[in-house]
Design a protein around this ligand. Structure first.
Ligand code: GLC
Length: 449
């Protein structure tokens, strides 16, 4: 019988060997291409993305990114420049988290965000990654600012504290010592304005944004008041001290000591006016020092800096600020992100960062480090300032509480409400917010039980 398809057994054998050869070659080709693709993917650098406020970007690029990329081959650090105001950055991070797949691996976090971000489950728990000895190298309030319910979610990169800047040249010429109370500050301001040496006495941040809340806790402390007691959740905004604090700020505008525009200013607006030589005093953060002392600054060498003062008979208080790094739970590069946190928070790098930008260290030994003290001779006393700094309430509902305060403070400062009425409303809404939070916790507790 003729073989199938008219092929002789010999030909069938040849066809079979031919097909076997084809299969082997195809498989080899496939294996090689897959290998090449994998090798290519592996050789691609991992990119860690982090969003931050615009003024932070130049020192980050100059010091952090440069050192990190040089010493961590295969990992790129991509800085995404955001707006200036911290609450706008927080909104951007929040919407990224809510969308479910955050494009950011590292989260550059303000000290006030940890409770909210951690409570929402957006951050990787870092508690087991760092020993107590490692954490002890940082100042305690900065570490605490990275914790929520006893767990660690953020490592401090730098601290911050509200400061009072003054013009040393003008004060000396007029025979004044730096003011020790708000009352002295107003008196000196008015005198220097009367002499025509400055247009404005005192600059502060009064726009409806987070910076105003930070500024206001200092004035509150300076009048012996408080915002929210984090242990008892008592609200102090409608107490006489808080109303006096608002009236003090209002008075600076009414008396022409502060410009009317102060109610629209954020940090950078006030820095520009002060740096131009137009004001005697400024409340701001330590970053101003480096910029106001730069070669192109009209007031280079003519400014002093001191912790925030209070009203006569009360201790003043600098607000604790500061920034640190956490890791997004949705990051696909957790290992590299952790490697970055370890690298970026080390002492030598923080030292370079501080020498570049004048930020406050978060590592305790840097406050007295010789190169740093040679450049910023006021730093040794800052450690104490940081340890005693006034906190904004470390509660999970902080963003909403701050929003309430900002709204009513702004209403009072722009004369839409009296100070008393505004603070009563702010206190009432804050109590409702905290009460709702408490109820949620009780219900949550029952569910879990
Ligand atoms: C600074 C502080 C930060 C604060 C912000 C307010 O960046 O470090 O903690 O929230 O100013 O504008």
């Amino acid at each position: 019988m003729a073989p199938a398809f008219g092929l002789t057994p010999f030909r069938v054998k040849r066809w079979r060997s031919f097909w076997r050869l084809c299969r082997v070659s195809l498989l080899t080709l496939f294996g090689l291409s897959a290998g090449l693709i994998i090798a290519h993917a592996l050789s691609q650098p991992v990119t860690l993305r982090v969003l931050m406020a615009a003024p932070d970007v130049p020192p980050w690029n100059a010091v952090m990114v440069k050192a990190f990329e040089a010493q961590n081959p295969g990992i790129r650090l991509q800085i995404v420049e955001g707006p200036n105001a911290t609450n706008l950055i927080e909104d951007l991070y929040t919407s990224a988290f809510l969308l479910g797949d955050s494009p950011y691996d590292l989260i550059n976090m303000d000290v006030i965000w940890t409770p909210k971000f951690a409570a929402a489950g957006w951050l990787v728990d870092l508690t087991d990654e760092f020993s107590q000895a490692e954490l002890d190298a940082f100042s305690a309030p900065d570490v605490e600012g990275g914790k929520y319910q006893g767990r660690l979610y953020r490592l401090p990169i730098r601290s911050d504290a509200g400061m009072l800047y003054y013009r040393t040249d003008l004060l000396e010429k007029a025979g004044y010592q730096p003011p020790q109370t708000f009352e002295e500050l107003i008196k000196i301001s008015k005198d220097l304005q009367r002499k025509g040496w400055v247009r404005w006495g005192y600059l502060w941040q009064g726009r409806q944004y987070e910076g105003a809340a930070a500024m206001f806790v200092e004035v509150l402390k300076g009048f012996g008041g408080y915002w929210v007691n984090p242990d008892t959740l008592e609200v102090g905004l409608d107490q006489p001290a808080a109303i006096r604090a608002v009236e003090f700020l209002l008075g600076t505008i009414q008396d022409g000591v502060s410009p009317p525009g102060v109610t629209t200013y954020i940090e950078e607006d006030t820095r520009r006016i002060f740096q131009n030589g137009e004001a005697a005093f400024l409340r701001s953060w330590p970053y101003v020092w480096t910029l106001a002392n730069a070669d192109n600054s009209p007031i280079q060498g003519k400014l002093g800096i001191m912790p925030m003062i209070g009203s006569a008979g009360n201790e003043g208080g600098s607000c604790l600020g500061g920034w640190g790094l956490g890791i997004s739970k949705t990051s696909r590069h957790r290992k590299e992100a952790l490697q970055a946190i370890r690298f970026l928070t080390q002492g030598e790098l923080q030292k370079q960062f501080i020498l570049e930008a004048g930020y406050v260290p978060s590592r305790r030994d840097l406050f007295t480090e010789s190169d740093i003290v040679a450049k910023y001779n006021y730093f040794p006393q800052f450690l104490e300032v940081i340890q005693r700094a006034v906190l904004r309430p470390p509660i999970a509902q902080y963003a909403q509480a701050s929003d309430i305060l900002q709204r009513y403070l702004s209403a009072a400062l722009t004369n839409q409400m009296t100070a008393e009425r505004a603070m009563q409303e702010a206190a009432r809404e804050t109590r409702l917010l905290l009460e709702a939070g408490r109820r949620r916790q009780v219900v949550g507790g029952r569910k879990e039980a």
